[in-house]
Structures are given as C-alpha cells and as structure tokens.
Design a protein around this ligand. Structure first.
Ligand code: PLP
Length: 340
C-alpha cells in the first residue's frame, strides 16, 4: 500500500542533491570553531533573515529554548500565545532551563492582540516579575499554519521598545509565511530581535535549525547550546543539507500550500468534516471532526493516510515535498469514502 504521510513536514527525506552535498562538504570541528560548512550555512542563513549572526542547532526546540534562556534571567516573565509550541510541545522547557514564568495570552488564529500584550507587561519590583521577552510564533502550528500580519509585527516591536523588552519569533515555518506573503523572509524578521527556523521541515533537511540575531546574542547563545549538549563536531555533513535547503527548497513551498488548500476545500465539502480554507494560508490543514478525531486517525491509517489528531475533534494534515498531487488526491478520495 502507498502511504500518504501527512503527520508532519518533518518526515521529508533528504534529496539526492543533499546526499551529494554531504559527501562533498569540507569538514572541521564546530565546537572548536573551525567547521567550514557550518560557518557557510550560518553566514548564508544570517544574511537571508537579515541578522548579524546565526547559530546552527540540532532542533527547533533547542533553538527556541536557547533563545528564551539567552534573552532572560531566572524569575523573569515572558509573554507567549497560549498554544505556542514553546509551551505546548516543549515539555515545560522554559520552566526547566530558563526558569521563567509564562504569561499566556489568547489569540485570533495565533496572533495576539498587541493591546492585550502591552497590558500584560509587568515591571520588576517587590511584587511582580519583570517581563523581558515577547515570544511569537510564525506560522502558528496549532492555529493551522497561520501568518502574523506584518502590521502586528511592527506593533509588537514598538511595544517592546517602549518597555525595554526583546522579541523572539519561533519561525519554525517562517519560510512558509514568507512564500505565502510573496516577500523575502528578511521582511518578516526585521521587527524581531531573534528568529529560530527549521531546516528539517518543509525545507527538507534531515536535521537542524537556525537561531539568528545580533552578534552579542549569538555569542551567549553558543554557550547555552554547549550547556544543553547541542555542540556538534563534524556537523558540516548536516549543514551541507541546510545550504541546499536555503538555496533550492524555499520557492517550492508554494506547492505544499496549494496542496493544503486543496485538502481544505475538498474535505470541507464532505459530511462530518469542517475546514476553514480561507484560514489555511500555508501547509497545515486543520479538519474539524464531528466524531472522535482519534477514531478517524485510526480509520485513515488503515487506508494508508497518516495524520495526527491535535484535539478531541480535530485532525491535522501537513503537506510537504514527499506528498505529491496523486497523494493529495488519494487523501481526498479516502476521506470521501469514509465520510459516506
Ligand atoms: C516543529 C516546531 C518547532 C521545533 O521542532 P523540532 O522538532 O524541535 O525541530 C518549534 N516551533 C514550531 C511552531 C514547530 O512547529
């Protein structure tokens, strides 16, 4: 049976070009600071997001947690959307590593209201913790790959500057947002201090993320990376794939978006399922299920369609390069058959 794996865009396998790049990459020891391929990737990544420097890290989770720990001190508070990956899917890491508390705010499809953000800022005194960081997520995973409007980014920046806060964006899929908006990714990073993005999702690398920001920040982030066990040696074999990701794999994300849109439109027509195709701007299609999403997952799995339930009555389908048009078509057919 042909499997259509829509569990996540992380499942993409390295391309032949990536294997060739791994073979050809000049290598060194990145902990000792002489890994030429990692350095090349970091410089390319920093340039693309418009930051002074970048740091290659093993995972998006580690990149986010390094960022939070580097921006804050124990006992600080950070403002974060209530279903953000950094708190929902990172097993309590901000409490364990940075030792910060989180002011969690509701959102409209992943975008927090700037006025609400500003009201939530507390200053350090005898009673309240000092709020020192606003943490954004673009695109927003649990909201369905939604994009933070550019005007909001500017507003968060102004609020942060007014109150002396930093802004970090968990941009695991920020390239998806950039492609959907038809803008260079740098535009989406100009108003934040630091950005973290995944090479290992739609950009098809097997492993790795990038954390980028000012040089002074990256110097301190590098220490946190070592402390967390993320200092790698001949990581040029992985960085070589990352270079292919950044130079060859960005534009094709548009195909994933078209496929997710198609799923949202077609599955939305079926009995027992609801979708919101107008709010499916990138590669994550959320499907409301009248009956248990877990039961639907099992039924779909039997037919070779793999996906995850992300709430009691919600399935998530993530499109990526290893699912082609035929796979998407088959997915729609299986949903239609089961919906009868
Ligand atoms: C996938 C993801 C991450 C990081 O994931 P890793 O699996 O640790 O690389 C961070 N934030 C968001 C929004 C994500 O979707």
């Amino acid at each position: 049976m042909n499997i259509v794996d829509l569990r996540s865009d992380t499942v993409t396998r390295p391309t032949p070009e990536m294997y060739e790049a791994m073979m050809a990459a000049p290598l060194g020891d990145d902990v000792l600071g002489d890994e030429p391929t990692v350095t090349k990737l970091e410089q390319l990544a920093a340039k693309m997001v418009g930051k002074e420097e970048a740091l290659f890290v093993p995972s998006g989770t580690m990149g986010n947690q390094i960022a939070i720990a580097t921006h804050t001190k124990p006992g600080d508070a950070i403002i974060v959307e209530e279903e953000a990956h950094v708190i929902y899917y990172e097993v309590g890491a901000p409490a364990m590593f940075a030792n910060v508390l989180t002011w969690t705010l509701p959102s409209d499809k992943g975008t927090m209201d700037p006025t609400t953000v500003e009201k939530r800022i507390t200053s350090a005194n005898l009673h309240t913790p000092g709020t020192t960081l606003i943490c954004l997520e673009n695109t927003h995973n649990r909201a369905g790959g939604t994009i933070i409007p550019m005007a909001n980014l500017k507003e968060y920046r102004n609020i942060a500057d007014k109150h002396g806060l930093k802004v970090h964006v968990d941009g695991a899929r920020i390239f998806n947002a950039a492609v959907a908006l038809n803008r260079p990714v740098k535009d989406l990073c100009d108003d934040v201090d630091t950005v973290n993005f995944c090479l290992s999702k739609g950009l098809r690398s097997p492993v790795g993320s990038i954390l980028a920001g000012p040089k002074e920040f990256i110097d301190r982030a590098r220490i946190w990376r070592k402390r967390m066990g993320g200092g790698l040696r001949q990581s040029g074999v992985l960085a070589a794939c990352g270079i292919v990701s950044l130079t060859k794999m960005v534009d094709r994300l548009a195909e994933d978006h078209a496929n997710a849109q198609l799923l949202a439109v077609e599955i939305g027509k079926l009995n027992g399922f609801t979708t919101d195709s107008a709010n499916t701007p990138t590669n994550i299609c959320l499907i409301g299920t009248e009956t248990s999403a877990e039961e639907w997952q099992a039924k779909l799995h039997e037919k070779g369609i793999w996906c995850f339930p992300v709430a009691a009555n919600r399935l998530r389908l993530v499109t990526h390069a290893d699912v082609n048009g035929a796979g998407v078509q088959r997915t729609v057919e299986v949903f239609a058959e089961l919906a009868k």
